[in-house]
Design a protein around this ligand. Structure first.
Ligand code: AMP
Length: 306
C-alpha cells in the first residue's frame, strides 16, 4: 500500500439539484478525492483554506486519516464554487467561482510528501499542478484532471502539465471543449496527441471509457442508481477510487487499470447518493465489495477483471 499526494481545492460548495439546495457545504476537488482514495490508502493533501473555514469540516478529513500537513490556513476567504443541475443531472451549470485564497497559494510541499510514488493533480490552476510536479522525486504514477475554467483561461499551462502525466481523467464535456469534437472516439484520439498518457473520459450517468496510446479501449457503464441526489464530486470520487485502488495494489498493468476503473465507478456511485461528502464519509469497504459484486453480476464482467 503506497501513499498518494493530491493537490486540489478544498472548498465551500453551494449546490442546487432537483432534490434540493445545499448552501456552503464541504466540497472541492481535493476533498472528494481524499475522502474516496482514503478508503484504500494514505492520502497526503496539498490545498489552501481561509479563516472562514470551520474546524468541523477539517474534522471530516481527519476522520479519514488524511495527512493535512500540506493544508495551508490563510487569512483570506476560502475558495467557493456554486452550481446547478438540470432535471437531467448529467447537465450542470456553474453559477459562480470565487478563487479567493487560491490566488495567493504557493503549493509548497512538506518534505514528508516529496517521495510519494502516486500523485493526483486534481482540478486546480494548471500552474499550481506544475509547481507540485517540480517538487516531487520521480513519482511512479501521475494522474491529472482539469475543468472548463482552466481549459478556457490557462490552456498553455494545461498542455505543459499534460506532457508530464501518465493518466489524464476528464469528463466528456471537457473532452469536447478541448477538441471542439463531439464524437468521443475522435475527441479521444486528438487528446492522446497532447502527450504520452492514457486517457479516461467520464460520461456521468453513462459510465467511463479508457483509451490508451496503444489503441486499447475499455468501457464500463455506471452502476444503475435509482436516487442520484447530487453529482458534484463524482469525477473526483471516481479518481479517488481509481488511484486509491492502484496505490493499494502498487501495480500498474492494464488489468489493474481496468480493475481500478471499476473501483472508481463504484465509489463514485455512492458519492452521488447524497450531498457534499455525506455518503463518502460513512462508506465502508464492506459496502464497496457488496456493490462491486452486484456490478459484476449486472455487467457479466468476469472476476479476473475485477
Ligand atoms: P466534479 O463534480 O467532480 O467536477 O467536482 C466538483 C468539485 O470541484 C466541487 O466540489 C468544486 O468545489 C470543485 N471545483 C469547481 N470548480 C473548480 C475549479 N475551477 N478549480 C478547482 N476546483 C473546482
Amino acid at each position: 500500500m503506497k501513499p498518494i499526494v493530491v493537490i486540489g481545492t478544498v472548498a465551500f460548495d453551494s449546490v442546487k439539484t432537483p432534490f434540493g439546495n445545499a448552501p456552503e457545504v464541504l466540497g472541492g476537488s481535493a476533498t472528494f478525492f481524499a475522502m474516496a482514495a482514503g478508503l484504500f490508502t494514505k492520502v497526503k493533501l496539498v490545498a489552501i483554506v481561509g479563516k472562514d473555514f470551520p474546524s468541523r469540516y477539517i474534522q471530516v478529513l481527519e476522520e479519514r486519516e488524511v495527512d493535512l500537513e500540506g493544508l495551508v490556513r490563510s487569512n483570506g476567504d476560502t475558495f467557493r464554487w456554486s452550481g446547478e443541475y438540470e432535471d437531467n443531472m448529467n447537465v450542470r451549470h456553474t453559477l459562480d467561482t470565487q478563487l479567493n485564497v487560491l490566488e495567493e497559494f504557493k503549493a509548497e510541499l512538506p518534505s514528508s510528501y516529496r517521495k510519494a510514488p502516486y500523485v493526483f493533480l486534481a482540478n486546480i490552476n494548471p500552474d499550481l499542478q506544475l509547481k507540485v510536479l517540480k517538487q516531487l522525486e520521480k513519482p511512479k504514477l501521475i494522474c491529472c484532471d482539469t475543468m472548463n475554467l482552466w481549459i478556457v483561461n490557462q490552456r498553455k499551462d494545461l498542455e505543459k502539465v499534460l506532457k508530464k502525466v501518465h493518466m489524464f481523467i476528464i469528463s466528456e464535456e471537457e473532452a469536447q471543449m478541448l477538441t471542439q469534437e463531439h464524437n468521443i472516439v475522435k475527441s479521444a484520439r486528438e487528446i492522446l496527441k497532447l502527450g504520452s498518457f492514457s486517457l479516461i473520459i467520464k460520461r456521468g450517468g453513462y459510465g467511463a471509457i479508457l483509451f490508451t496510446q496503444k489503441k486499447e479501449i475499455f468501457a464500463i457503464p455506471a452502476f444503475p442508481l435509482e436516487n442520484v441526489v447530487d453529482p458534484t464530486g463524482a469525477g473526483d470520487s471516481f479518481a479517488g477510487g481509481f488511484m486509491g485502488y492502484l496505490a493499494s495494489q502498487d501495480r500498474l498493468g492494464l488489468g489493474y487499470v481496468q480493475k481500478a476503473m471499476i473501483h472508481g465507478n463504484i465509489v463514485a456511485s455512492f458519492s452521488v447518493e447524497g450531498f457534499s461528502v455525506d455518503k463518502l464519509r460513512s462508506l465502508t469497504p464492506i459496502q464497496i465489495r457488496s456493490r462491486l459484486r452486484e456490478f459484476l453480476r449486472i455487467t457479466h464482467l468476469s472476476s479476473p477483471i475485477a
